[in-house]
Design a protein around this ligand. Structure first.
Ligand code: ADP
Ligand code: ADP
Length: 228
C-alpha cells in the first residue's frame, strides 16, 4: 500500500532527516513509527502526503509513485491528524467535519448523515455536539473531532502525528482504546507517530523503531518484546 524505496530527505539547511529508508506498510495495517525527538518521524509522514519533497528515492502508494498523483487526489485519500488540535475555532463541529466532504462535492444530505455517524462512532451525541464551537468541548473531545474529521471523506490512509500527546493520561487511554476499536472496524491503513513505547505496543500491528533518520527495527509487538 505505502512503499518507501530508498527514500532520503535532506532539508535546505543540510540536515539529513531520514536516510535510505526501505519500508512497506500493508493495506489495513496499524503501523506505528516510534523514536526520539528529531529522528525523522514527522518527515516521513509529511513525505507521504507530499507536504515536503523527497531528496532521493521513490515513494509509492498502491503501486503508483506519489509524484504521479494529482495532488488533490492524493490529499483527499489521506487524512492527517496533528498533535495540536487544529479545529477552525469560528466554525461549528458540524462545519469542521464537513470541510473535506464539501470540497469533494458531497451533497448536504450525505454530509449531514456522515457527520452524525462519525460523532456516534466516538461516543458524542450528534444532537448535543453538532452545533457547538470547538471551545465548548474538552481537550479530549476536541481531539476526537480531530480524528473523525480526518476520517470524514473516507480516505484510505490516515496519518497521525502524536495525536494524543497533549492529553491528560485518562483521556489519552480512553482515546487509544477508541482508536484501537475504530481501526479494527474500519480497517484503514493508519501510520501513527509516537515517542511512547507503551502506546506503540498497545496500538500497533507493527512498530518501526527509528533513530537518527534510520530504521533500527520493524516488527510486531511480540517480535519487539522477544528481541528487544
Ligand atoms: P512551513 O513553513 O511550511 O511549515 P518549514 O520547513 O518551515 O515549513 O517547517 C516545517 C516543520 O518543521 C515545522 O513544523 C517547523 O516547526 C519544523 N522545522 C522547521 N525548521 C526546523 C528545524 N531546523 N529543526 C526542526 N524542526 C524544524
Ligand atoms: P521527529 O518527528 O522524529 O521529531 P522530524 O522529522 O521533525 O523528527 O525532524 C528530523 C530532523 O530534521 C531533525 O533533525 C529536525 O531538526 C530536522 N528538520 C525538521 N524539519 C526541518 C526543516 N524544515 N528544516 C531543517 N531541518 C528540519
Amino acid at each position: 500500500m505505502i512503499r518507501f524505496d530508498n527514500v532520503s530527505k535532506k532539508y535546505k539547511d543540510g540536515t539529513v532527516a531520514v536516510k535510505s529508508l526501505n519500508l512497506e506498510i500493508q493495506a489495513g495495517e496499524f503501523f506505528v513509527i516510534i523514536g526520539p525527538s528529531g529522528c525523522g518521524k514527522t518527515t516521513m509522514l509529511k513525505m507521504i502526503n507530499r507536504l515536503i519533497q523527497l531528496s532521493e528515492g521513490t515513494l509509492f502508494i498502491n503501486g503508483k509513485r506519489i509524484s504521479d498523483y494529482d495532488i488533490h487526489e492524493l490529499r483527499w485519500n489521506i487524512g492527517y491528524v496533528l498533535q495540536q488540535i487544529a479545529l477552525f475555532p469560528h466554525m461549528s463541529i458540524q462545519e469542521n467535519i464537513s470541510v473535506v466532504p464539501e470540497l469533494r462535492g458531497w451533497s448536504k444530505e450525505k454530509i449531514n448523515k456522515r457527520v452524525d455517524e462519525l460523532l456516534d462512532m466516538v461516543g458524542l451525541d450528534p444532537g448535543t455536539y453538532r452545533g457547538r464551537k470547538p471551545k465548548e468541548l474538552s481537550g479530549g473531545q476536541q481531539q476526537r473531532i480531530g480524528v473523525i474529521r480526518a476520517l470524514a471523506a473516507d480516505p484510505e490512509i490516515i496519518l497521525m502525528d502524536e495525536p494524543f500527546s497533549a492529553l491528560d493520561p485518562i483521556s489519552r487511554e480512553k482515546l487509544q482504546d477508541d482508536l484501537y476499536d475504530l481501526q479494527r472496524n474500519i480497517k484503514k491503513t493508519i501510520v501513527f507517530v509516537t515517542h511512547d513505547m507503551k502506546e506503540a505496543l498497545k496500538l500497533g500491528d507493527r512498530i518501526c523503531i527509528m533513530n537518527g533518520g534510520e530504521i533500527v527495527q520493524v516488527g510486531t509487538p511480540e517480535d519487539l518484546l522477544q528481541h528487544p
